[in-house]
Design a protein around this ligand. Structure first.
Ligand SMILES: Cc1cc2nc3c(=O)[nH]c(=O)nc-3n(C[C@H](O)[C@H](O)[C@H](O)COP(=O)(O)OP(=O)(O)OC[C@H]3O[C@@H](n4cnc5c(N)ncnc54)[C@H](O)[C@@H]3O)c2cc1C
Length: 403
């Protein structure tokens, strides 16, 4: 890109900040009219709540703001790349998105989108698409070179369906062809795809693997998402709970994601989860214990009450059996009986735990709702923990930018 073109992109930042959501809503609408088949790939739940449109608007804005040096966006490119690979997004999808995004810029911004601005955005988009699909091509290659790895969708069978709490159910998934599976790195997720008869489309969602790495099966643990109104109930989670039984088939992509436990970690580890955010951290916990991690492992978990407290017994047993594992549990409203059993009352608060040691060299993994992650992150930073040692995963389009 020329310096003048970069300057033109930078000049559109205020317009994007003002019209970003309008633009991306218009764009998705336009694209789905021309390519209804893409509804099988995009998350139509996030479309209803505007989350996807907001995430795209923020990504376009971040790109425009950093056009002088797009390298600073590489951590984001990597995170989005893992999600794209997990959804089997290919270069041809970038071409369709680019066509409709550029047309939307002209149609929404009208006179403000001068030919020079449109030319600059065309070059900028193509540059971004090349960076992203180049990065994703490397991630696809990693999948094919991994033992038992694969790319694209592979049929799996639900071998077991296990109740974990009033709202979380686990699914043990094995390949239909009876083969082995690629071992995941603790913290990674798979995408699961099923057909939704009421919408006549396939829909995919990401689910973190909640089991220890294994080459014969995957376990996911899914929370039933209830909306405020019955027709706003989460589509896939409710379908899995109510209609997908042992013996049924689902499609999976191979494990992906960069929110992972590093292979070598010579430091204390603290795993902090809210609600169903415990799933990737549970896989990390099993893995650390299996490897005999010689430093303290602290499990901090908050949920509404005992009825929705999944994996309570399993974590308590691990803590009983392994001296280096400590755990502290919070319930939003802990009864007297809960408190007598050691449960802490209120929202998870690291400052409210007697004797909790926050080692500055330790690593901290957070997962839960966005507000939960923000709070824990800020509290850890206030307690003197270096931002580089704090890692987090959001269960939806990425909206937080904390570090
Ligand atoms: C990396 C990653 C890992 C994840 N791991 C897990 C995991 O281990 N376990 C887990 O349970 N989930 C996990 N998730 C979340 C999961 O992918 C799904 O987002 C979740 O199951 C909800 O999907 P759904 O189809 O049921 O809901 P959707 O249909 O996608 O709806 C999403 C939300 O929007 C609400 N909604 C729907 N329609 C409307 C409307 N018209 N107005 C307002 N609100 C509406 C729904 O009630 C729901 O809460 C993960 C997500 C990511 C990105």
């Amino acid at each position: 890109m020329t310096t003048d073109q970069k300057a033109l992109i930078t000049a559109t930042v205020p317009i994007l900040r003002e019209n970003g959501l309008l633009l991306t809503k218009y764009f998705y609408n336009r694209m789905f009219i021309h390519h209804p088949d893409l509804k099988n790939i995009f998350n139509m739940g996030n479309q209803k709540t505007d989350k996807q449109q907001m995430a795209l608007a923020m990504a376009v804005l971040a790109y425009a703001e950093n056009i002088a040096d797009p390298k600073v966006l590489m951590p984001v490119v990597d995170r989005i790349g893992h999600k794209h690979v997990s959804l089997d997004i290919r270069p041809e999808h970038y071409r369709i998105v680019g066509h409709h995004l550029l047309a939307s810029i002209q149609e929404v911004l009208r006179d403000a989108a001068t030919p020079d601005i449109v030319d600059a955005w065309t070059i900028a988009y193509n540059q971004l698409a090349a960076i992203m699909s180049g990065h994703e091509s490397g991630l696809y290659q990693e999948k094919t070179s991994q033992m038992h790895g694969w790319t694209g969708w592979r049929p799996f069978k639900v071998e077991r369906k296990v109740w974990e709490s009033e709202e979380i159910t686990s699914f043990y998934l094995v390949p239909v062809n009876g083969g082995k599976v690629a071992r995941h790195v603790p913290g990674q997720f798979i995408s699961l795809r099923i057909f939704l008869p009421e919408m006549q489309v396939n829909q995919a969602r990401q689910y973190s693997l909640s089991s220890a790495p294994d080459d014969s099966y995957y376990r996911i643990s899914v929370k039933r998402e209830l909306g405020k109104e019955i027709d706003a109930n989460g589509m896939i989670s409710n379908r899995l709970h109510d209609h997908v039984s042992e013996g049924d088939m689902v499609d999976l992509t191979a494990p992906a994601g960069n929110f992972v436990l590093p292979e070598l970690l010579d430091a204390p580890v603290t795993l902090i989860s809210g609600g169903v955010g415990l799933t990737p951290l549970l896989s990390m916990l099993y893995s650390l214990v299996d490897k005999g991690h010689p430093f303290p492992i602290t499990w901090l978990h908050g949920c509404r009450n005992e009825r929705v407290h999944a994996f309570k017994k399993q974590v308590a047993e691990l803590a009983d059996q392994h001296a280096q594992v400590r755990h502290h549990i919070f319930y939003d409203l802990a009864s007297e009986t809960d408190q007598a059993a050691g449960i802490l009352n209120g929202f998870l608060d690291i400052q409210g735990i007697d004797g909790l040691e926050l080692d500055p060299n330790g690593h901290y993994f957070l997962c839960g709702p966005s507000v939960f992650i923000s709070k824990q992150y800020k509290d850890l930073v206030s307690a003197g923990i270096n931002k580089d040692n704090i890692h987090f995963e959001e269960f939806g389009p990425q909206v937080l930018s904390l570090n």
